[in-house]
Write a new protein. Structure first.
Lengths: 316, 514
């Protein structure tokens, strides 16, 4: 009973919701990437690896140049390059997209550990100075609103950017010509091709975009929330983003809602010192929430019809 | 050449295209006059679709040249073809079921407002303009997947017209249509030609070709074997050119001598895969030595009926009697053991294991028989080999070896494997669902002859076919199915118009039926 009342008590603090939104955004960026990639018909489970690459190269760049903006650019680029590998392997060479995704995740984990050893030897990667992190940004006046102000308007700059991207992706996918074409390519590439749409171009673009977004998320993790790189620091967030994408039925808004649920679980876990329950049990919370919701609430969700199927021109 | 009326809309010269192991188009010359309906006919695999895919830029030719409206054309992709005024309605529709009609039609040339916003209102206007001009009613906001096949095809045609096509290629357009829908399509095509369009019509249905076309090009094994003028030719001549030998187009059969009732179906009900009732009380008697044909538009319960009778779908009510044995609740194996053979409609998915050899496919479902296995444990390979060799010979399955994988065979030969397996067991009852779908004329002729032969030996045969001609020419009696009911029993002499009407829910049932 006490644990439940402690959690309930926690639920009415603005701190918890602030942390929830922040954790959710970390997942939202790769989830948006996944939505774009899979809407174009390329299965992408490599967000984990792209995020990790972004985190690592972001920290390296920030330590070298002492400029968080430049570092973020490097992180985004690193994610994009990882995605380019996935794109070439699965679009150009029509390889199995799951296998390619797994390979990229393992490759990113191995590469970053190797480079940490190569560059920094046995020492720590080192810490980025407070002033060289991606800054928190309080929106004047709005941050004075009780509760809401703290939750929405005292956040890291990446949070605002990500919320903007969420709206952008939602609009682009479902209201614009580009979005119509991306979805057409993911549903029926033959139909798109015969209508004169360049299937490969759209798929390359979509997959690389998913890498850029995942790279940004990596930067947010390493030089926004944290201030250093630790091997495997993404800790499965790319996979949780994947779950959020499916759970959100391949829509940006749906994925965001899913990310909020996972983020809430993570925020509760982060506050475990105030709850009289084993932190190990609490750490299961996001995953338990997923299982419960997936089993009962959302019903069947179906991916784009051509998701995961390489396109061969002239085939039926 | 000077006036467009007499000029050539399309001229392809010496077009060659090879795929690994096969020359799909071998120095093909093909020309279409402006403003005509030109039929391109040939058996499956003759190279018709390849030729049209080349013209539409979906694949690229190895050599040869293409002239459009008298000018040399370089077509490197569909974009080029579209720019040249060529449009193609594919056999498998290029439609996205989850998009609206408007989105499907506009795709690739979408109206846009602002930076890049899809302009739904403009799309609706453009479509209603087009549909008015050509008399093709369509609701631009309907979800494509909700439309019947006939309307989906109409959307495909509108899509092609929207792109400004003057030359329309239609690949097997009537394959999925009911007789009524085909008639409507033909009317539309005639209107389009009157409006100045040129149409290339790919088909292997000779009756239609004779009805709709002005001229005909016949292909066989990648080569053009004949240029014909429709009014000077006939079915026999085209069929002979297509197959390379004389073909018997009519089914030659003696009157049936029906015996005792072999199979009795009483008030049968069953659900579809989606869980909605698909059979709503079907009753009929099937006699030894007769062929009962079921006519109906696809999706009116025929598939479910066959599956229930074959034991692969559960009945929700009613009875099935084989002789005087109740087999309603039998599963597929016990039905088979009781003497019911089944040619399923989905050859590749249900009828065969494509990765298995021909020999293994020929004993599929009978592997437990003592002739083929020792105590259900060890296969008698020699017996199986001998059996397979016999059937391959008897049923004229064209294959280098009985060890070849079923997937390496043509559709017609794959179908013959199933027919051989099912008939080779000398069943009491044969359930034949779409026994000649997607099969060449030569193989159709053979399968029809075997079905009639099986009937003459006393087998009770239930035939389901989407081809009205097939039902009429093979059957001794015809049952018309509509929305899960048998709405009428008819004779094979019943005019096509009446059957078509019954199939779509119109017409009065014959009196004294059932």
């Amino acid at each position: 009973m006490t644990a439940i009342s402690q959690i309930l008590h926690l639920l009415i603090t603005a701190n918890l919701w602030q942390a929830t939104l922040s954790a959710a955004i970390l997942l939202l960026l790769p989830a948006l990437g996944g939505v774009i990639s899979e809407r174009s018909g390329v299965v992408n489970i490599a967000m984990e690896g792209m995020m990790l690459a972004g985190a690592f190269f972001g920290v390296v760049a920030d330590l070298a140049w002492r400029n968080p903006w430049l570092a973020t650019g490097v992180a985004i680029l690193a994610g994009g390059l990882m995605a380019l590998i996935h794109a070439v392997v699965s679009i150009r060479f029509r390889a199995d997209q799951i296998v390619s995704g797994i390979a990229i995740n393992i490759f990113a984990a191995g590469l970053t550990v190797f480079l940490v050893n190569r560059i920094y030897g046995l020492q720590d990667v080192g810490h980025v100075n407070q002033s060289e992190l991606l800054p928190n940004l309080n929106i004047p006046l709005l941050d004075q609103i009780p509760f809401v102000g703290q939750v929405f308007f005292k956040q890291n700059i990446v949070v605002y950017v990500a919320l903007g991207l969420l709206a952008l992706v939602q609009i682009v996918l479902f209201r614009t010509r580009l979005g119509l074409r991306i979805r057409a390519v993911g549903e029926h590439p033959q139909a798109a091709d015969t209508a004169g749409i360049n299937v490969y171009l759209i798929r390359y673009g979509a997959v690389i975009t998913s890498g850029l977004l995942s790279g940004l998320s990596g930067a947010f993790l390493a030089i926004g929330i944290s201030n250093t790189f630790v091997p495997n620091m993404t800790d499965g967030r790319g996979y949780i983003a994947l779950a959020a994408m499916i759970f959100g039925k391949w829509t940006p808004m749906g994925a965001f809602l899913a990310c909020l649920i996972f983020g809430l679980g993570e925020a509760i876990y982060a506050n475990n010192s105030t709850i009289a329950v084993s932190p190990y049990l609490l750490s299961m919370l996001p995953y338990l929430l997923t299982l419960i919701v997936l089993a009962g609430v959302v019903g069947r969700s179906s991916p784009p019809a051509a998701d995961g199927i390489p396109y061969v021109p002239g085939s039926e | 050449m000077s006036s467009p009326e007499s000029g050539l809309a399309v001229e392809m010269r010496g077009v060659t295209k090879a795929f690994p192991g096969v020359v799909a188009n071998d120095h093909v010359d093909f020309s279409v006059r402006t403003g005509e309906i030109h039929a391109l006919v040939g058996e499956n695999g003759a190279g018709k679709t390849t030729l049209m895919n080349l013209l539409y830029g979906l694949i690229h030719m190895d050599s040869g040249e293409i002239m459009i409206d008298g000018k040399p054309a370089r077509i490197t992709g569909p974009r080029d073809a579209i720019a040249l005024g060529i449009g193609m309605v594919h056999q498998h529709f290029m439609l996205i079921p989850v998009f609206t009609v408007g989105e499907n039609v506009m795709l690739g040339r979408e109206p846009v407002i602002g930076p890049d916003f899809y302009d739904r209102a403009a799309a609706g206007r453009q479509i209603s303009d087009l549909t008015k001009r050509y008399g093709l009613a369509l609701d631009p906001d309907a979800r494509m997947g909700d439309l019947p096949v006939g309307l989906q095809q109409r959307a495909e045609i509108v899509k092609v017209l929207y792109r400004g096509a003057n030359i329309l290629i239609l690949d097997e357009p009537t394959g999925v249509l009911t007789p009524q829908e085909s008639k409507e399509l033909f009317a539309v095509l005639r209107d389009l030609v009157k409006g100045g369009k040129t149409i290339i019509f790919i088909s292997h249905k000779l009756k239609e070709v004779l009805e709709i076309s002005d001229r005909i090009t016949v292909m066989r094994r990648g080569k053009v074997v004949g240029h014909l003028t429709t009014k000077d030719t006939n079915e026999e001549e085209i069929a002979t050119l297509m197959v390379g030998r004389e073909v018997l187009l009519r089914v030659d059969k003696k009157p049936a001598k029906p015996g005792a009732v072999a199979f009795k179906v009483e008030n049968l009900t069953a659900n579809s895969d989606r869980g909605v009732p698909a059979l709503k009380g079907v009753s009929f008697d099937l006699h030894e030595g007769e062929i009962l044909g079921i006519a109906g538009v696809e999706g009116n319960g025929q598939s479910e009926l066959m599956e229930v009778l074959a034991g692969t779908r559960r009945a929700t009510g009613g009875r099935i009697l084989l002789g005087d044995k109740d087999v309603t609740s039998f599963d597929a194996r016990t039905e088979r053991d009781a003497g019911i053979a089944f040619i399923p409609e989905d050859r590749r998915g249900t009828g065969l294991v494509l990765a298995y050899s021909i020999a293994d496919n020929l004993i599929l479902g009978r592997q437990r028989a003592p002739a083929f296995s020792w105590h259900h444990l060890i296969l008698r390979l020699i017996a199986i080999r001998d059996w397979a060799r016999r059937l391959v010979k008897e049923f004229d399955i064209r294959t280098p070896t009985i060890e070849a994988q079923a997937r390496t065979l043509s559709g017609g030969n794959q179908q013959k494997i199933i027919v051989a397996r099912e008939m080779g067991a000398h069943p009491r009852v044969l359930l034949a669902a779409q026994p000649t779908r997607g099969v060449d004329i030569g193989a159709i002729e053979f399968i029809h002859r075997r079905i009639v032969q099986e009937r003459d030996e006393g087998t009770a045969i239930l035939l389901v076919s989407a081809e009205l001609d097939e039902v009429r020419s093979l059957s001794d009696r015809i049952a018309v199915m509509y929305e899960g009911h048998i709405v009428s029993f008819e004779t094979p002499e019943t005019p096509e118009e009446r059957l078509g009407l019954l199939m779509t829910g119109g017409g009065e049932a014959a009196t004294g039926a059932a």
